[in-house]
Design a binder for this molecule. Sequence first.
Ligand code: SF4
Ligand code: SF4
Length: 190
Amino acid sequence: MSGALALATPVAGRGCDGCTLCCKLMPVDELAKPAATWCKHCEPASGCRIYDDRPHGCRVFFCGWLVNQAVAPHWRPRESRMVLDFQPAMNRLAVHVDPGRPDAWRKPPYHAELRIMATRMAEAGGYVLVACGANFTMLLAHQEFPLGHVLPSDRIVFAKTAGPGGWIYDVQVTPGGADSAAGANVLPTV
Ligand code: SF4
Ligand code: SF4
């Protein structure tokens, strides 16, 4: 799991309350737990069986709905089937979608709101990355790039060049170890 240490105080009135969706959707490096797979220590819809001894990555993770007042109530993970992970260091929002509800992010009002978030982030050079299992989609201001099946060892190469009508974006997935395009940003997967 990544985390949101700077925003580690839950919004008033919000709590996990047995949600546990992040224990399915998020990878946990310390446990070699892949994304989109239930943690072996999780009691779904209840909690963590090793709560007092859970890994550091679990201790510092707070989803965007839980700690960010600007995230509307209907983004509650149990309702939306998505876990929002704001990653300021990467200048991106990672959206982890429950593979059991792969179309959750395309349903109203979520898809329209994700496009608004992508537009705001693009103004600062950022983007939204939607992950449903190993299937990734990058959202930019007015564009959507289906990246397909991306392995943890793969790299997302993201470049933009000035065009006559604004920025022209190019997004590609390259196998781990491949050279990246000149002037491109090489991004880790989530
Ligand atoms: S996804 Fe959010 S609300 Fe659900 S258990 Fe994780 S931190 Fe709590
Ligand atoms: S160790 Fe506990 S908190 Fe961490 S992912 Fe597993 S069930 Fe969730």
